[in-house]
Design a protein around this ligand. Sequence first.
Ligand code: C2O
Ligand code: CU
Ligand code: CU
Length: 539
Amino acid sequence: MQFNRRDALKLGVVSAAALALPAERMARTKLSFANKLAVSSMPPPFTAPYVAPPVVNLTGDVTSVLTSDGKPFYRMVMSQFRQEIIPGLQTTVWGYDRSVPGPTVMCKRGVPVLMRHVNNLPSQHPQLGYRPWTSVHLHGSASLPQYDGYASDVASPGQYKDYQFPNTQQARTMWYHDHGVHRTASNVYTGLVAQYHIVDDLERSLPLPKGTDFEGKSYDQALTIQDATFGADGSLIYDDGDQSSLYGNVILVNGRPWPVMKVERRKYRFRILNASISRAYKLALSSGQPFIMIGTDGGLMPQRQFVRRYRHGMAERYEVVIDFSKYPIGERVVLQNLALRNNDGFEHTNKVMAFDVVSESSTSRNNGVPKLLNPGTEVMSLQESDASKQRSLTFRRSNGHWTINGRTWADVEASGFQDTVADPTLGEVEVWELSNPFGGWFHPVHIHLVDFRILSRNGLPPKPWELGPKDVVYVGEYETVRVAMRFGPYPGRYMVHCHNLVHEDHDMMHQFEIRRPDGSRGDDPIWADPPKDLPDPPP
Ligand code: C2O
Ligand code: CU
Ligand code: CU
């Protein structure tokens, strides 16, 4: 067997330190500041028209390609291309299917999908120069370990990997993004991010906004929010503040700076994903009207909640309904970003996008939000007393590293990917206490595979917008959050990490291993079904 970089990574030979030398980082930072796009050359907020990303509909009827065992098959290609983000300038990006964000994938509950992800990226990152390896994670999906985007299960340019996505969970807004070890932040920042929705009968039966408006635009919109900094030539500037955090001065929604959307006088549903690297948002409407919160990471909440402003950490998904029938035609409502601790602000980072009310509603159908949405799910009924075990995970910076209980992904690599921070038994419920003992940072903590219920934050009940199934929780400054979850449906090794992707890459990530009650182990995330070299065969 030939020993290449990929094998070296898998064996943990390449250490985090070797990947980014401090001198290299400093040189890069200086270079980027010199070329920054002037504020005067930036597009004024609310001038770019809103766009929705393309859709890949795999909900059944329209799927033309099936695998030999009858699953919908879709081949998606990661590549480098140029896209106009700042009007008049071209930005070199990496995207899925030549789009940033990538296409919104729609699947039906109960219909598994085989998705081939082809790494067709160039041999070098356009600014950072590294050779890209990728691992695709469907965030929010209960996938087998070898299809979960395990950070060290990487595909190099010229390789592809077939991912099996089971789509067994209730309707929800998920997202897929790159998870390649030590390169997640820059791979995502360069554009490898998109939404993925599961639809089901319960959700379809509710009169929530759906169908299309006067422009043919859906009443159910995916909003992916990111922040970025651009060079005078339109290039992306990656400045992670010496491996601490990345805060851009431009806010993008679906790849457009501060866009403006035309809406009718009626209700719209928005699936809001914060796909920023390090920025959290405190969202509110300029009119003071509350959002009608209907869904969280794991799908519909038991009950709708009215929320005037809420904290939206990285990787969290919140689904809100906004009722524009309250406004006269001609009114503009701005989605604002109020100040939030430990987030660097710039001139226009206090706003996200705007809605212009332009016409009456084309239809009175699907214009409601029932009080009860999805009561009685298993996860939202979990109690402290269901837990067979309690564990504590502490997220902190120590000796220049981001750590979990003092440990990092480097320890996982050094152990041949065996080391764990927790060893739950398949089917058991546990309570994890996640804490951030300091005031200098916040950490949105993500636990792979499971949905959890938030029991408390600093001993108090969860916030109203958190009363739904979650897979990421904002662990703010000096906060301790308790969450309850049942471990399953599969045994295996899965990651737990901070979703500030700069923290994750350097190296606030570890893993837990679920074993069956008899002690037997699940599939190996790296070796069970590794990426293959192109050319790829038909499904
Ligand atoms: Cu969205 Cu492990 O990540
Ligand atoms: Cu995830
Ligand atoms: Cu963090």
